[in-house]
Ligand binder design. Sequence first.
Ligand code: FAD
Length: 280
Amino acid sequence: MTAQFSLEFFPPRTDEGIDKLRAARRQLAQLHPSFCSVTFGAGGSTREGTLATVLEIRGEGIDAAPHISCIGSTVQSLRAVLSQYRESGIRHVVALRGDMPSGTVDAGEFRYANELVEFIRLETGDWFHVDVAAYPEVHPQARSAVEDLAAFKRKVDAGADSAITQYFYHPHAYVDFVNRSRRAGIEIPIYPGIMPITNYEGIVRFSENCGADIPRWMKKHLESLRDDAAGLRAFAIEAVTRLCEELLAAGAPGLHFYTLNRWGATLAICRNLGLVRAAP
Ligand SMILES: Cc1cc2nc3c(=O)[nH]c(=O)nc-3n(C[C@H](O)[C@H](O)[C@H](O)COP(=O)(O)OP(=O)(O)OC[C@H]3O[C@@H](n4cnc5c(N)ncnc54)[C@H](O)[C@@H]3O)c2cc1C
């Protein structure tokens, strides 16, 4: 089976952001991704931007999958989003719970992502290929690793076709998670999410929020290069390339890159991996 490589973007909010994303996509088109996914803000806050970005990517001849998140949403609003996706000919979604903006208390009619997957299957049958999120290093709000795996299994039992993981930098966390998933009877493909690193402060803050552990040796090197942009970039590209190589060697079915709408580091890592190739 050939490995599947995909890219994730967020919907830009300004004209400048739209231009920046278009420029990034032009560069990353060299990778011929299997698909590009586009994130969705809590409570549908980016709904139109998500769809517009997906349609633009599809117009460029690349398959695209919008995310859909359920926290803070109603049955009616999610039904409307699914209809809009379906009417636009979209066949692939990434289904998430999402995070409540701080200070918000009304979780809406869906509490967890398995309820959203169930709803998608109930409303639209097999129309969509449904991806869900998975957490090799355990979701930060999970009561335990065992309960988090059980939550993942509920999403799969509700009808998820494949999963994309939160990013991580310990390859063994992924291998162990896949092994535990298989022992729990989860058979769907689990694609590692890869976060290229371009900035010390950004990756440390982001990782603390989402529960991704930066190995001590990596963090120490990044810290010592925090004022040397070129040095940090070279170190991080090398380290993330090695991570990707180890994951593919361990049997990962592909890689999903969190691009943050930038192209340089993702393209450099993919070049190292030999993924820049002529159109299939
Ligand atoms: C690939 C990927 C893409 C993402 N894209 C987006 C996006 O577009 N928009 C966005 O807002 N966020 C996005 N996120 C972030 C995601 O929304 C957050 O990580 C969120 O906190 C959890 O979403 P989930 O779908 O994994 O939730 P769930 O699978 O519902 O899990 C959330 C937490 O609840 C726990 N849990 C589940 N069921 C139960 C239960 N019955 N009882 C008690 N606890 C339970 C789980 O263990 C976990 O701790 C993405 C994350 C990933 C990995």
